[in-house]
Design a protein around this ligand. Sequence first.
Ligand code: GDP
Ligand code: GDP
Length: 460
Amino acid sequence: MLPVVALVGRPNVGKSTLFNRLTRTRDALVADYPGLTRDRQYGQASVEEHPFIVIDTGGIHGNEEGIDALMAEQSLMAVEEADAVLFLVDARAGLTSADEAIADYLRKQDKKVFLVANKIDGIDADSAIAEFFSLGLGDTVHQIAAAHGRGVTQLLTLALSPHIEELGQEKLEAEEGEFDDELVFEEGEEVEIEAPEQDDKIKLAIIGKPNVGKSTLTNRILGEERVVVYDMPGTTRDSVYIPMERNEREYTLIDTAGIRRRKNVNDVVEKYSVIKTLRAIEDANVCLLIIDAREGITDQDLSLLGFILEAGRSLVLAVNKWDGIDQEVKDNIHKELDRRLGFIDFARVHFISALHGTGVGHLFESVEEAFVSATKRISTSMVTKILDMAVFDHQPPMHNGRRIKLKYAHAGGYNPPIVVIHGNQTKHLPPSYKRYLMNYYRKSLKIMGTPIKIEFRETS
Ligand code: GDP
Ligand code: GDP
């Protein structure tokens, strides 16, 4: 389970600067998909290779209304669900009444709070932070300069330390027998990446904003009678993991909605939680992203899609509530899919009705295909041969009068499949050429439903 770190503080203390610094490494992946804006509030980050979820709560004032109230609700929930709260104050501006109001709120939360004085660059930090002790949040004021990265790693290591120990252990166990990234590959050398053996159970996460039909679909997939059996309370924080079988294949369904007993009058509708969704995505092999045909493609859908792509997960898209809508609405959805989602050409799209069960069976064909693609064995000779063909068909461009050279490639891992290409001046390759290579690999390797990650290495 990924730990969650929430950034809290009044406006202008440097929350988004810190957020951007923490999540920057993941930016590169999303940058491969033009048209996708990443969520500025929720992100995946890592400190010393330990992944965690970071949330910029924006400014919480406590008296929000309307849409602000909705945003504030997720922010407050983020604080509630966080494993560590970083409370940022501005060392240059000094203590303000807004800081005091937030401190009052946090003191009531029974949370691990780290008081962090930001912007300590170029000032006498020790005297600047003295006044913050009066906030009554422990006897340490952590000092950082988010803009320059000073103190950031130490702070996060400390904040995450209980979780890092736990995760470190899991990671060690998971890594045994896994591909060794440090191996040096010579051109033409034959190296096989072994796909995971024992784990052919597919972890399938059902992802979507509130009311798209996640529970209806889960109920439909499981069949009515099993619903009661699995009608467990669940918490806001955790998804429900349901073992099931389909087409002689074992699955674990990760149900972010939490199954509700519809016939029960006292039905408690669970709160939608972005954190729960993020964790489900990280934990899944394949994500089934559901979109509501009646609403079209919304920014919230795109933001969920961004999380899935950032995590490198396999993806199947389902446009739900396809029943009882007229042709014009259908045409519009098709247009929107082209316009707003045209860039993810690797995912299959299904039009379904969870309510009536139409199209639900076929979803699993694409889910299986995506899983098989993601865990496919690819060999070094194969990816090098494909590189040769791609370069032969269409040469990389020149940079500063010299042609960018791509020499050979090796397989760098699976889930998602990674191709590592060695060459000269590779950092000057334009995005369009990278996309060309990605598509070339996709077609040649017959990989569908999963992104292919291409990494470049300079050779001398
Ligand atoms: P937010 O409103 O809390 O998200 O604050 P921002 O991240 O937008 O930062 C507010 C301002 O503080 C921006 O102009 C940043 O460039 C500046 N800032 C952030 N971190 C630092 C820092 O470590 N040192 C200095 N000198 N300025 C910073
Ligand atoms: P969740 O919040 O994503 O779990 O969404 P629910 O499964 O609770 O569904 C929200 C609403 O949409 C409910 O009223 C469902 O009956 C309705 N709904 C779900 N799937 C369909 C569908 O395929 N067609 C139609 N017409 N309505 C649906």
